[in-house]
Design a protein around this ligand. Structure first.
Ligand code: CTP
Ligand code: MG
Length: 227
């Protein structure tokens, strides 16, 4: 198989409040996007990378990633994560038959998560996603009133990379409407089974300012472990 990585990196990062696109926000001196792509390439699962970047930062993103990846394309992302992924998918070289979609904002994802997703696809899954258990009790609400409490054991938090047979992901993007924030949701609506594999706490998404602090701690702990 030839595996292509799609990195949606065109978001504004409003919750982080960075004042510039989140994927270009520095962490330990380098943009989140560089950390994310480097981790994916280091996992040894990826042959080609297509990044969906903010439309006015394409040249900058290309030069940031040159030398990190063998085969690289950078395209303009869209207004939503979904349209950013679709733009990257259209630019994926023809020989790619498995696609991993991985948020730039999950920049510390450990290699075993990539490997687990790829292993499930290699074993025949059309789609595979990393998940972790939920720490908190979750309530369903309406306005300010609690409706009920779903059984937590049946719920999972979803991470990336999400892996797909390319044809399945293309079919899902073509057939399923709605501004979904996750590619697996489109595949589910096709009726195609989506397999879960173990995620990792360090595959968390940098969303809010506290997440940057956590990411710095994770990186310095890793640096300490190497020394
Ligand atoms: N993303 C994208 N194109 C968009 C929106 C999001 O490529 N139009 C990407 C982000 O860059 C990020 C991933 O999708 O890597 C997950 O999105 P999210 O965490 O929501 O990032 P942002 O949309 O940038 O953040 P916010 O929602 O706080 O503005
Ligand atoms: Mg967003």
């Amino acid at each position: 198989v030839t595996t292509g990585l799609i990195v949606p990196a065109a978001g504004r990062g409003e919750r982080l409040g960075a004042g510039h696109p989140k994927a270009l926000r520095p962490l330990a001196g380098e943009p989140l996007l560089v950390h994310a792509v480097r981790a994916a390439v280091a996992s040894g699962t990826v042959d080609t990378v297509v990044v969906a970047a903010p439309a006015d930062r394409i040249d900058e993103v290309r030069s940031l990633l040159t030398g990190e990846v063998g085969r690289l394309a950078v395209v303009a992302g869209g207004e939503s994560r979904r349209t950013s992924v679709a733009a990257a998918l259209r630019s994926m070289p023809d020989d790619v038959d498995v696609v991993l979609v991985h948020d730039a904002a999950r920049c510390l994802t450990p290699a075993p998560v990539f490997a687990a997703v790829m292993a499930a696809i290699s074993a025949g899954a059309e789609a595979a996603i990393p998940t972790v258990l939920i720490a908190d009790t979750v309530k369903r609400v309406s306005g300010e009133i609690v409706i009920d409490t779903p059984d937590r054991a049946a719920l999972r938090v979803v991470q990336t990379p999400q892996g797909f047979r390319r044809t399945t992901l293309e079919r899902a993007h073509a057939a399923v409407g709605g501004d979904l924030t996750d590619d697996a949701a489109m595949v589910e609506r096709l009726g195609v089974p989506v397999r879960i594999v173990p995620g990792h706490p360090e595959a968390f998404k940098i969303t809010n300012p506290l997440d940057l602090t956590v990411a710095e701690v994770v990186l310095s702990r890793r640096a300490g472990a190497e020394a």
